[in-house]
Design a protein around this ligand. Structure first.
Ligand SMILES: NC(=O)c1ccc[n+]([C@@H]2O[C@H](COP(=O)([O-])OP(=O)(O)OC[C@H]3O[C@@H](n4cnc5c(N)ncnc54)[C@H](O)[C@@H]3O)[C@@H](O)[C@H]2O)c1
Ligand SMILES: O=c1ccn([C@@H]2O[C@H](COP(=O)(O)OP(=O)(O)O[C@H]3O[C@H](CO)[C@@H](O)[C@H](O)[C@H]3O)[C@@H](O)[C@H]2O)c(=O)[nH]1
Length: 480
């Protein structure tokens, strides 16, 4: 029986391995992690991450051919294929701080694999890593190998949160990079055989190691670039009276461009886009390509601009101050259908409003108060380290309260900011919300999900990203 072990039971390791286990009943899959509470949660009825469809998949195979364990060394030792899906955060100190990927966790996993291995293994990079990482990992493994043969493969993951199970069951492509040697080719084939249980052969792409590593960074950069492009256009729409939804619809109808990933928003978030572009920028700089680095840097600059532009809209609309005013924040997760808040634009928007002394009442159907308080007091990039290495009891931000109901959040508020596109926010009783708010009552829609005309009929002053402005907003500067 083939044995797989995955180091790192996070958003990628957990769902990916659960899908491999359910599709390959004859393979034994162990997912291991240094975090005791995380593994306990994977073994309980309350899984550590919220992902539609995940519960079902885990229930089908947990205890049969899918196991979650903290006994990292035992399962690595027994495995034929070891996936490594640990954190690769942005470095906060030292060389490349603020840009380069921190490979501490990857390196410690690689050293442990070398220490405990007694038989040949295929080691698979599942984490997103800088191009050429496999070379470094190969060196660590071979210099400590005691004669054991390790083959390194790059098999980056392209799932998006909120649709992880759907993406894993039906991926656009699976990418496997390996050494172009007989041993490398054999290892690629072994991993191909695993995915071939459910992925059509023509969707499993094989390439050299460096192409596979770079393709992951490039794919994320291209996706984020589309969002920054449409967000840049959204600012021009507001200045000219054009409507960004009409513009992106017309642009996306060109089959060379396509309609996806053209929704203007308060900014992209999530654990990957910013981190991976910063990583790409750093690699370009290290390779003497400052023009290329600057091109990609601009994607992040526009994203930051979009978030601060939104805050400025809120503050300038309310007579240039939100000091002491209650503002309801609807949605804190970085997108709908996830409880993940890593790099969510809500953090920067809330911090911006708190900087102007607002009182925030926050509601998200999947994010609890503890997480929100941690996010608002944590330093940039600290979130991407294993849980037990993050600051444990941050001082809570006093101007913030968290509630479990959108109506409660908006009661007596001056304004409502919609920061995540949860479906339930489309169907709220906005008349009831309006009746219980201070007047003038504002809605700032950072996701373009409400019917602005209907809300205006109720009496709201509405700001929708990239849409023609209310007369009220026209006189208020959006950019400081
Ligand atoms: N989240 C996504 O949607 C996504 C998608 C594609 C790729 N990725 C990439 O996958 C990697 C993992 O991301 P994630 O979102 O699953 O992170 P995560 O923080 O959810 O999970 C990583 C896990 O690794 C564990 N870990 C760290 N070092 C370890 C070690 N030495 N031994 C055992 N366990 C260890 C941590 O405790 C943590 O539980 C990152 O490189 C990320 O860029 C993420
Ligand atoms: O038109 C759009 C599409 C997305 N977003 C925002 O962009 C962010 C990222 O969304 P999405 O890409 O759907 O989620 P992620 O889980 O971050 O997935 C991305 O990052 C993963 C980690 O690398 C990759 O595996 C995925 O392919 C890639 O889509 C979110 O804040 C979205 O709200 C927009 O603002 N407008």
């Amino acid at each position: 029986m083939v044995k797989i072990c995955c180091i790192g039971a996070g958003y990628v390791g957990g769902p990916t391995m659960a899908v491999i286990a359910v599709k390959c009943p004859e393979i034994e899959v162990a997912v291991v992690d240094i975090s005791v509470p995380r593994i306990a949660a994977w073994n309980s009825d309350q899984l550590p991450i919220y992902e539609p469809g995940l519960d079902d998949v885990v229930k089908q195979c947990r205890g049969k051919n899918l196991f979650f364990s903290t006994d990292v060394e035992k399962h690595v030792m027994e495995a034929d294929i070891v996936f490594v899906s640990v954190n690769t955060p942005t470095k906060t100190q030292g060389l490349g701080a603020g840009k380069a990927a921190d490979l501490t966790y990857w390196e410690s996993a690689a050293r442990m694999i070398a220490d405990v291995s007694k038989s040949d293994k295929i080691v698979v990079e599942k984490s997103t890593v800088p191009v050429k990482t496999a070379e470094a990992i190969e060196k660590i493994l071979t210099h400590n190998s005691k004669g054991i043969n390790f083959q390194i493969l790059s098999n980056p993951e392209f799932l998006a949160e909120g649709t992880a199970i759907k993406d894993l069951f039906n991926p656009d492509r699976v990418l496997i990079g390996g050494r172009e040697t007989p041993e490398g080719t054999k290892a690629v084939q072994a991993l191909r055989d695993v995915y071939a249980h459910w992925v059509p052969a023509d969707q499993i792409i094989c390439s050299n190691l460096w192409s596979a590593e770079l393709s992951k960074l490039a794919a994320n950069a291209f996706l984020a670039q589309r969002i920054s492009s449409v967000n840049a256009i959204s600012a021009l729409c507001e200045a000219t009276g054009a409507n960004v939804s009409e513009v992106s619809y017309s642009v996306g109808k060109d089959s060379r461009i396509g309609p996806k990933f053209l929704n203007a928003s308060v900014g992209f978030g999530g654990s990957c886009f910013q981190k991976d572009i910063l990583n790409l920028v750093y690699i370009c700089e290290c390779n003497g390509l400052p023009e290329v680095a600057n091109y990609w840097k601009q994607v992040i600059k526009i994203n930051d601009y979009q978030k601060s532009r939104f805050v400025n809209r809120v503050v300038s609309s309310m007579f240039n101050t939100v000091s002491g005013k209650k503002i309801a924040i609807l949605g804190f997760a970085f997108k709908k259908d996830t409880g993940d808040t890593r790099e969510t634009p809500a953090i920067d928007v809330c911090k911006g409003l708190l900087g102007d002394k607002a009182q925030l009442s926050i509601y998200d159907p999947q994010v609890n108060e503890d997480q929100i308080q941690r996010d608002l007091s944590m330093k940039k990039f600290d979130w991407d380290h294993p849980l037990h290495l993050q600051p444990m009891s941050p001082t809570s931000v006093k101007q913030v309260s968290c509630v479990w109901d959108a109506y409660e959040a908006a009661k007596d508020a001056h304004g409502v900011c919609i920061l995540t596109e949860w479906d339930e926010f489309k169907y709220l009783d906005y008349q009831r919300i309006y009746d219980n708010m201070k007047k003038p009552a504002f809605v700032f829609d950072g996701r373009n999900i409400v019917d602005a005309d209907k809300l205006r009929q109720i009496g709201f002053i509405v700001y929708s990203i990239g849409k023609p402005l209310d007369a009220w907003l026209k006189d208020m500067p959006a950019v400081v």
